[in-house]
Design a protein around this ligand. Structure first.
Ligand code: FES
Ligand code: FE
Length: 454
């Protein structure tokens, strides 16, 4: 189905407004926009499902969402991963009633159709009487159209015509490599994800993690007061903003002088960092990671990545590298469910993992110092987005920072990685990149994909 006139107008206004740094506020709360996003964005894009370490054993499963729909991510008896639509082939009843677990079969509670963990129908009560010679092969659970992993991060898409994951990530893959491939054995989850619901729009989280570093000085003043983050605000604004490829953006906090004292390798413990090498990444990638204090980024649409040195309490514990990945899961036009996983390198000691987890809980979690600050303003962005005034006044938001002639950011030429790169983080091209791709995908006809390279 094509976009409603109201949604099309808003998407056209994104396209015409972006060159002047303007975004219509109504996209953060309009119910028609939300319905169109479920189909045009979440029905097509590669969406993050789970990390492979969450379903390590054969038979393990977790329930996740693509848009607002439930899928069961399983590891079958052969160790293969599946993303199964959580709906019985008989009448559409939800077949999985737990969030996670281990099972060889899923039995529908209505009439008892039973599926194996690879989604195939294995039987039903009184099969001969009820179904006789009916094909089982044609009646398995539906599956996501494509499923692929990258550094153990499992993504799925409902669009059989979507480009392969690596192509979809484009330049972003180079940057994900240098974080997730930094230690030779990779990463694993530290416990189960945290989840909580906010009266906010999913795009506010994606927008913030695309590279909104500027808010630290105002909104997060208190995290400096408690010593939760060791890089002073103005120093932290030094670094790079990168539009890795259309839609996907990230930012590094990095000192201008490679030998300047301060956190290296995102604050990960020195005893761990000593072993970081070029087993999985290039020397350029290793050097970028070595010099970086913060990695923050968003894989379009709603998967964010953050690595930085933090502590729950500067008076009692020194900051340590925390790695979190998160999903901004839409839940109706006015809500987002936040999913938050802490990750650690497999080769960290149990003590290092425990420190990273606690430092993460004290900062980026429901009760964390950063998260409590961030969520409140996003709730009011949603309120503005739903407002009649925003619609009647054609109220537009300002995304001009770092545009030519605005502020101090400037393009960088001699950068070893892919993408459009800017020096100093006083820059909002990272967000403009996300909204440009968002509007392109919203307006794309079924079967058509916007460009993945600049
Ligand atoms: Fe599942 Fe009938 S709806 S067995
Ligand atoms: Fe924040």
């Amino acid at each position: 189905p094509s976009l409603s006139p109201r949604v099309r107008t808003l998407m056209d206004r994104i396209e015409s407004g972006l060159p002047e740094g303007r975004i219509p506020a109504s996209i953060f709360g309009n119910a028609e926009v939300h319905q169109a996003e479920l189909r045009k964005i979440f029905g097509r894009a590669w969406v993050y499902m789970a990390h492979e370490s969450e379903i390590e054993a054969n038979g393990d499963y977790v329930v996740r969402r693509i848009g607002e729909d439930s899928f069961v991510v399983t590891r079958d008896e052969n160790g293969d991963i599946h993303v199964l639509f959580d709906a019985c082939k008989h009448r559409g009843v939800q077949i999985c009633r737990a969030d996670s677990g281990n099972t060889s079969h899923f039995r529908c509670p209505y009439h008892g159709w039973t599926y194996s963990s690879d989604g195939s129908l294995v039987g039903a009560p009184l099969w001969k009487n009820a179904f006789g010679t009916m094909s089982k092969a044609d009646n398995g659970l539906a599956k996501a159209a494509q499923v692929e992993s990258f550094h153990g991060l499992i993504f799925a898409t409902l669009d059989p015509g979507a480009p392969p994951l690596r192509e979809y990530l484009g330049g972003m893959a180079w940057y994900m490599d240098l974080l997730f491939g930094l230690d030779k054995d990779g990463v694993e989850v530290l416990g189960k994800p945290q989840r909580f619901v906010l009266d906010a729009n999913w795009k506010s989280g994606a927008d913030n993690f695309s590279g909104d570093d500027y808010h630290l000085g105002t909104l997060h003043k208190s995290v400096y007061a408690i010593g939760a983050f060791p890089v002073p605000f103005s120093e932290n604004m030094m670094g790079y903003h990168i539009q890795a490829s259309p839609g996907h953006s990230l930012s590094f906090s990095m000192a201008e002088d490679a030998d300047e004292p301060g956190p290296k390798f995102f604050g990960f413990p020195e005893s761990l960092a000593e072993n970081f090498d070029t087993a999985n990444i290039s020397g350029h990638q290793l050097e970028v990671a070595r010099r970086s204090r913060v990695f923050v980024g968003n894989v379009f649409p709603n998967f964010s990545i953050l690595a930085l040195p933090m502590t729950e309490d500067g008076a009692t514990h020194a900051p340590t590298g925390v790695l979190t990945v998160r999903c901004w899961q839409p839940k109706g036009p006015g809500q987002v469910e936040m999913w938050n996983w802490f990750l650690g390198y497999k080769n960290m000691t149990p003590e290092q993992k425990d420190r990273a987890y606690r430092a993460g809980l004290g900062t980026f979690s429901l009760g964390g110092a950063f998260e409590m600050d961030d969520t409140e303003p996003w709730i009011t962005v949603g309120r503005t987005g739903r407002s009649v005034a925003a619609e009647l006044l054609d109220f537009e938001l300002n995304y001009e920072m770092g545009m030519p002639g605005v502020g101090m950011a400037h393009p960088v030429q001699d950068w070893p990685g892919p993408g459009k790169v800017y020096w100093t983080r006083y820059e909002e091209g990272v967000q403009r990149n996300m909204y440009a791709y968002y509007a392109d995908l919203m307006r794309a006809e079924p079967g058509q994909w916007p460009e993945h390279e600049f």
